[in-house]
Design a protein around this ligand. Structure first.
Ligand code: PLP
Length: 399
């Protein structure tokens, strides 16, 4: 009998983590690798948040907390939804987990019966399809084409809905494309969802604050009549430069939140008490630093988009959110490297960039869309400039 369960055969390792690990290996072996594969801000956690964590340790706030997250943190989250979106949630409609990742997983695990379907517009975050599979559901991938800004079209949504559809999984700003759904875009999808009352909407808003020249909107706010069918997921990882603290949260129907807490109560119990104290500061405290983060990200985005226009075979739009550029690499497919190797896929191209030009990016196949590469611009401008020069040289060297 095999030690590892059969269900694991259906799960792919995250390509983001694979590329990042390979880049780290090469770096450890002495190579001058520039890693643009990881989805995490390079900023330090702001000082006041660090202090809140340190003070929690020093004052002995290091014990178990409520499974759903400690009350003052849930109150801060409740207030955040009120302040930012005019959304009202009871404290029993809010749960805190070890990152948005665990919150999404808990939601799927708590809601999917075998064979239940989850509509996942693609390109999508690497983890969604595999989480759905792990939870016993069936991911229904709906391609969103580049010429439509990688946005889900209502007709495509309608065509994907079946009596087994439990969730539509919406992620805006999107990883990997940076696409942001405007309030008008969401209103159009809401009109379609009204025709299908059995479909719920999981809104992964983790990049909410990282938007450029567009206002962020979430479904529950745009379509209040659908709010009871929405689970809004967010967290401090990206907005507050706190990836390692592991705090994410979800707000939605009380029965679902209760079920998610049951799962959490039997698995992690809760995220670290220290991180929860830090998150109270992150969510409820002064966020003046955010404007600086956004302004830096915008400059870096513009740097990468401008540089890539010089890379033969690559094209990209200017993304409106998150910190990724999703570059179309159709123009390099079918070409050969100076060693004579054929670039047949975006994975071949990403591997070529890593092995021959020491730049780590993630191939579009990891996000269920090819041929693309995702470049994370959450890196300093010097590294970004050097990396773009290498990508330009790598493209120019192909024949
Ligand atoms: N959702 C999306 C779309 C992401 O890109 C990520 C991280 O890359 C997460 C969720 C996970 O965030 P957290 O660090 O809060 O688990």
């Amino acid at each position: 009998m095999a030690l590892v369960a059969r269900r694991l055969e259906l799960v792919r390792p995250s390509q983001t983590k694979t590329m990042t690990a390979r880049a780290a290996e090469l770096k450890a072996a002495g190579a001058d690798i520039i890693a643009l594969s990881q989805g995490e801000p390079d900023f330090d956690t702001p000082l006041a948040i660090q202090e809140a964590g340190i003070s929690a340790i020093r004052s002995g706030k290091t014990r178990y907390t409520a499974v759903a997250g400690m009350m003052p943190l849930r109150e801060a989250i409740q207030e955040k939804f009120r302040r930012d979106h005019g959304l009202e949630f009871g404290l029993d409609q809010i749960t805190v987990g070890c990152g948005a990742k665990q919150v999404v997983f808990n939601a799927l695990f708590a809601s999917l019966d075998p064979g239940d379907e989850v509509i996942v517009p693609t390109p999508c975050w690497v983890s969604y399809p595999d989480m759905v599979v792990l939870a016993g559901g069936k991911p229904v991938l709906v391609p969103c084409i580049e010429s439509h800004g990688f946005k889900l079209r209502p007709d495509d949504l309608a065509a994907a809905i079946t009596p087994r559809t439990k969730w539509l999984l919406l992620n805006s700003p999107n990883n990997p494309t940076g696409t942001v759904y405007s309030a008008a875009d969401l209103a159009v999808l809401a009109a379609m969802l009204r025709l299908h009352p059995h479909v719920h909407v999981l809104c992964d808003d983790i990049y909410e604050k990282l938007v450029y020249d567009i206002n962020f909107a979430t479904m529950a706010e745009v379509a209040p009549d659908l709010a009871g069918r929405c689970l809004v997921v967010n967290g401090v990882s990206k907005t507050n430069a706190m990836t390692g603290w592991r705090v994410g949260y979800g707000a939605g129907p009380g029965a679902l939140i209760k079920a998610m807490n049951t799962i959490q109560g039997q698995t992690s119990s809760h995220t670290s008490s220290i991180s929860q104290y830090a998150a109270i500061e992150a969510i409820g405290g002064d966020q003046a630093y955010l404007a600086g983060f956004v302004s830096d990200f915008r400059k870096r985005r513009d740097l990468v988009v401008a540089a890539l226009s010089l890379a033969q075979g690559l094209t990209c739009e200017t993304p409106q959110g998150a910190f990724y550029v999703f570059a179309n690499c159709t123009g390099v497919i079918g070409k050969r490297t100076t060693d004579g190797a054929l670039i047949e896929t975006d994975t071949d191209f990403a591997m070529y960039l890593l092995s021959a030009f020491a730049v780590a990016v993630v191939p579009g196949s990891g996000f269920m869309a090819s041929p693309y590469i995702r470049i994370s611009y959450a890196a300093n401008a010097t590294d970004l400039k050097r990396a773009c020069d290498r990508i330009i040289a790598a493209c120019a060297a192909l024949r």
